[in-house]
Design a protein around this ligand. Structure first.
Ligand SMILES: [Fe+2]
Ligand SMILES: [Fe+2]
Length: 259
């Protein structure tokens, strides 16, 4: 089976790329399961119920999140109503939503999607490595297809998580840095790995934000108002080929669509 994962959808530019390209990519690669990170889909900061509905209606089966998951207050209640919207599971207890979804694809393949967040140079939430162990141990062994979106800043933490999961999950793809990495590979235990999928959004920007404001911030050290950029829209992600009987991946291919 083929799984499509789309990196952080950023603002209108990213949403438009999803609208235009998801259908053709799914058809071309005969994709059975579509997962996308939506943490920046509302103007770059968070996600709203309406945007989540729109993205789910375009053929995305599961939306993952990250440090921006709770930026919009209207999303709190929605998390408890819509299990297809995930947020990192290793946030402290008491927050709405979950970081794990189990389900069955249209073709009948059982799957699990897991969303975790790193702690290196990010807020110090619960340990993602121990959370991964706990979640994997809790899954029905019949669920072989196990996809992990690890939302983290440091390449080293992501690489370490890849080795931690190898042999126990189908894929671990990183998100959050918004820059696609060229290290896609299959680890010895059958894990499809890439440090970062890259952003789906405006690349005439500094990781999605208008470059003038960010440059002013770097040049002056003074806080500036951050607005989502519009130009240079690209879609980035990966297509993973995996065996539903074993859960092992056999191929990973980087996907890039340009307007
Ligand atoms: Fe992001
Ligand atoms: Fe992020």
């Amino acid at each position: 089976m083929n799984i499509l994962f789309i990196g952080d959808i950023f603002a209108a530019a990213g949403r438009n790329m999803v609208t235009e390209h998801v259908g053709p990519i799914v058809a071309e690669h005969q994709v059975e399961l579509v997962i996308a990170n939506g943490e920046n889909s509302a103007g770059g900061f968070g996600i709203t119920p309406q945007i989540a509905e729109d993205m789910l209606s375009l053929g995305i089966d599961v939306l993952t999140g990250g440090n921006h998951s709770f930026d919009k207050k209207e999303i709190y209640d929605y998390h408890d109503r819509e299990p297809r919207l995930l947020r990192p599971d290793n946030y402290p207890g008491g927050l709405p939503g979950k970081g794990v979804l189990t389900g069955t694809t249209k073709l009948g393949t059982p799957f699990a999607v897991i969303n975790l967040q790193g702690r290196a140079q990010m807020s110090s939430i619960d340990c993602p490595f121990q959370a991964a162990d706990r979640i994997l141990a809790s899954l029905d062994p019949a669920i072989k297809i196990r996809f992990v979106d690890f939302h983290a800043e440091l390449t080293s933490e992501k690489v370490a998580m890849g080795w931690h999961l190898d042999g126990r999950a189908t894929a671990m793809i990183g998100t959050h840095t918004h820059v696609p990495t060229a290290d896609s590979r299959i680890l010895p235990g059958g894990l499809a790995y890439q440090t970062d999928a890259g952003m789906t959004g405006p690349y005439d920007s500094v990781i999605g934000v208008e470059k003038e404001a960010i440059l002013r911030r770097f040049l002056t050290g003074v806080p500036t108002r951050m607005e989502a950029a519009r130009g240079g829209a690209e879609l980035h992600g990966v297509v993973i080929t995996a065996d539903p009987k074993t859960g092992q991946a056999s191929a990973i291919q980087r996907i890039r669509a340009i307007r």
